[in-house]
Design a protein around this ligand. Structure first.
Ligand code: PLP
Length: 378
């Protein structure tokens, strides 16, 4: 493993996390218990969602949202191509087809409403949006138009824990919001996730899907057969465990603090890069809402050799990444009948580089990265 001077992301757990995990181990109760219930309650009050269910990861949360909408082969779901592949795979799990929409432009890398509108037809059954970097999509415009078309909107909120629009937490605006607690996300449990909804029927469905389609003990007692359980749906095992929930609860307590440090760092980058490298675009300038600042994307000037740029950053000990190789260009997605025409996504995906951003980053390190960007450009 390379010893980076500045890695792309980094975490350090404190005594709080260690104590919480140890308490679970000592309790001997490892799954489906009160720690997870408490984590869900705390996540509900943090986001303002009516229901929150902790799950194994965000990919299964997205899958459950797609199942709950009744998606089937022949259906189409409009998704952004500039996202992680799970945003599209979840549609495929149901047999339905993801149809890729373009993004807004250089300053706004989220899904474009105009592009969504151009793709809708009688087969379209839903829209999945993704709040890139924690910056909100045009939720006001998208939700208003989707409502007029009777199309549900699922939010891939993997980047957006601690993101808001008009004081509402992202992920709580559509029919379901899917959060990721993967290692490099703002709230980290290693693997883990949460699905939120304000819809009671959806929440019931998610509860069944998460645990084998099995009715709960209380429900069975109500039906007069508490000695057993019934299976009423094709369910999965998409549960989280108490160890991860314990980590999640401690991380949630620290989240606002961590996110405000991310915000500071993002502002410092923005100012430094504006001075040092005005030819570089830092998207989401003056973006609406409050971002969780999950990542820091920058756009190299057209014609820059990105690979050499990243190589020169690496020589200076600085790790960079790409968010994202567009999904519609992956082998698994090119060999289909649906042709994608996404000029903005393809242009931006060629020029995007992600710089290190995490709460532990010091101001000196940010300065080092910004100067390395300058020297790597020339
Ligand atoms: C991380 C991520 C996911 C998947 O999350 P997991 O918890 O790893 O399944 C989905 N969508 C986006 C945009 C992500 O960044």
């Amino acid at each position: 493993m390379m010893n980076w001077r500045v890695p792309l992301s980094d975490i350090k757990f404190g005594k709080e996390e260690k104590d919480a995990v140890q308490a679970v181990l000592e309790s001997g109760w490892l799954t489906m218990g009160s720690v997870t219930q408490n984590f869900e309650e705390e996540f509900k009050s943090y986001t303002g969602a009516k229901h929150a269910l902790a799950v194994s990861n965000a990919t299964v949360a997205l899958h459950m949202a797609c199942i709950a909408l009744g998606l089937r082969p022949g259906d189409e779901v409009i998704v952004p191509s500039l996202s992680f592949v799970a945003t599209a795979n979840c549609v495929r799990y149901t047999g339905a087809t993801p149809v890729f929409a373009d993004i807004n432009g250089e300053n706004d890398l989220t899904i474009s409403l105009a592009s969504i509108q151009s793709l809708v037809n009688h087969r379209t059954k839903a829209i999945i949006v993704m709040h890139y970097g924690g910056y909100t999509c045009d939720m006001t415009g998208i939700l208003e138009w989707a409502r007029s078309q009777h199309l549900p909107v699922i939010e891939d909120a993997a980047h957006a824990v601690g993101s808001y629009l008009d004081n509402k937490h992202l992920g709580t605006l559509g029919v379901a919001g899917c959060f990721s607690f993967f290692s490099n996300k703002n709230l980290s449990t290693g693997e883990g996730g949460m699905i939120v909804t304000n819809d009671d029927a959806m929440a019931e469905k998610f509860k069944l899907l998460r645990s084998h389609g099995m009715t709960s003990l209380t429900w069975d007692r109500h039906q007069g057969h508490a000695w057993s359980y019934d299976v009423v749906d094709t369910g999965y095992n998409y549960r989280i465990d108490e160890i991860r929930s314990a980590l999640g609860r401690e991380q949630l307590r620290k989240l606002e603090h961590f996110n405000s440090r991310r915000r500071e760092i993002a502002t410092t980058y923005r100012n430094l890069l504006a001075d040092l490298t005005p030819e570089i675009t830092v998207p989401f300038r003056d973006h609406p809402g409050i971002s969780a600042h999950h990542i820091l994307p920058v756009l190299l000037p057209a014609g820059t050799d990105r690979l050499s740029f990243m190589e020169r950053m690496k020589e200076q000990g600085i790790q960079t990444s790409i968010h994202y190789p567009p999904i519609h260009l992956f082998t698994s997605f090119t060999d289909r009948n649906i042709k994608s025409d996404l000029p903005i996504t393809e242009d931006i995906a060629r020029r995007e580089v992600t710089l290190p951003l995490y709460p532990l980053l010091t101001d000196d390190q940010v300065d080092l990265v910004a100067h390395a960007v300058r020297s790597s450009l020339t």
